[in-house]
Ligand binder design. Structure first.
Ligand code: PLP
Length: 415
């Protein structure tokens, strides 16, 4: 141990650090394409109509509206019920209801997707495993979260090269590096859909191959579902990886558990309200395991933030529990996704880049450009167009007023 004056400077956050720079930039034409927040065609962060209606209903309800007391440690029971129904009944109708009936899902409300990953990694590192495999590339905070919560081995599997995802290399790599006979288990992080940053996901056939390998190697899947709905515009439809994990008889028992980290930040626009969940699917016929996991989740949450915030989860519960709001929500998601894919299409046309990269297969909030750090720096320094250093553009920052400027800048730094 050293003293407080020996604490070294931590590097700035790779994404939020750029927003700080953007805020200081005096160029009137500056464009921030770094953060994954949905903005409308006028560049505004808006509240989804379904969410605004839910807020009005909460405002009108004097009981809900004035209750500022603590929530239970693992969240509001109404929230748990409706999120579990959404994830395991609506999104996984074949196997999810049985799973819930058998009492195999341990659940906690979390501080959005980041909180879900943090609680999951803390639980795993304390009791199960300190090794996790992340895709390369991945969301830059993944490594940070696993490291901070006790993972001593954060490894990478090759996910993407030259515009394509590399499933063969990925699986060969795991087969040669993971010892299936080892007493300890390795965890593996899987992006459920809209892989961040590449926007490219395996096909259903490829997912089957991947899950076969994971199952064979006795690995523990951690499904990060931060963008459910942003691929197809239909939230239940986008839970295809979860369905595959639970429906396929070969691997549905998950003897070492299956972790689902979920967030309403992007698909309900509840970013700052921090609304998400962690579901741990426990093995069959082990009620004690489920109860023990429940108790550990409680202890972890209690020791970090005691209990989650209330307001955002009330809004999400309202949206999920009233069918007219749920229908409106699905329309809102569809509308957001159609704007994002329209922007993607227009950029694709304006850029006229050679189709080296699978741009057409990319989906979700991001456009993965393949730009190198030199080009990205030139874009920032010469045009005040900000994107993350991995070459990712957040499409929602693009609109009719800036699309031509951004594409011209992109063309100029890549020529
Ligand atoms: N996982 C991925 C892949 C993400 O891109 C993000 C946010 O950008 C998150 C998880 C967590 O988001 P939040 O904590 O805002 O729900």
């Amino acid at each position: 141990f050293a003293s407080i004056d020996k604490i070294p400077r931590a590097p700035p956050d790779r994404i939020l650090g750029l927003t700080e720079k953007f805020n200081e930039d005096r160029n009137k034409k500056k464009v921030n394409l770094t953060v994954g927040i949905y903005k409308d065609a006028w560049g505004q962060v808006t509240t989804f109509p379904s969410v605004a209606k839910a807020q009005r209903l909460i405002d009108a309800d004097l009981v809900l509206n004035t209750d500022l007391s603590y929530l239970p440690i693992t969240g509001c029971p109404d929230y748990s019920e409706h999120v579990l129904n959404f994830l395991f009944k609506e999104s996984c109708p074949l196997s999810g209801p049985k799973l819930l009936k058998e009492g195999r899902v341990s659940f906690t409300q979390t501080l959005s997707g980041t909180g879900a990953l943090a609680v999951a990694s803390k639980l795993l590192a304390l009791w199960v495993s300190q090794t996790v495999w992340l895709p390369q590339p991945s969301w830059s905070n993944h490594r940070n979260i696993f490291r901070s919560n006790g993972f001593t081995n954060v490894k990478e599997y090759p996910y993407y090269k030259d515009g394509r995802i590399t499933v063969e290399e990925w699986l060969d790599h795991l087969r040669s590096a993971v010892d299936k006979n080892s007493k300890t288990r390795d965890c593996i992080l899987l992006h459920a859909c809209c892989h961040n940053p590449t926007g490219l996901d395996p096909t259903k056939e490829q997912w089957k191959q991947i899950l076969d390998t994971i199952h064979e190697l006795g690995m523990i899947p951690i499904i990060d579902m931060a963008y459910q709905g942003l691929e197809s515009g239909n939230p239940p439809k986008d839970a295809y990886l979860l369905r595959l994990c639970l429906d396929e008889s070969l691997y549905k028992s998950w003897p070492h558990g299956l972790f689902v980290c979920q967030s309403f930040a992007k698909n309900m626009g509840l970013y700052g309200e921090r609304v998400g969940s962690l579901s741990v699917v426990t093995p069959p016929f082990q009620p004690e395991t489920k109860d023990n996991v429940d108790s550990q989740l409680k202890q972890i949450v209690r020791s970090i933030y005691s209990s989650p915030p209330g307001y955002g989860s009330r809004v999400a519960t309202m949206v999920l529990s009233k069918s007219f709001l749920k229908m409106q929500w699905y329309k809102d998601v569809e509308f957001m996704v159609s704007r994002l894919s329209q922007v993607r299409k227009e950029m694709h046309e304006l850029l006229e880049w050679p189709s080296l990269i699978d741009f057409d297969r990319q989906h979700g909030m991001f456009y993965y450009t393949g730009l190198n750090p030199k080009q990205i720096n030139a874009l920032r320094n010469d045009y005040s167009v900000y994107m993350t250093m991995d070459g990712r553009i957040s499409l929602s920052g693009i609109n009719d007023c800036n699309i031509e400027y951004v594409c011209k800048a992109l063309k100029s730094v890549t020529k």
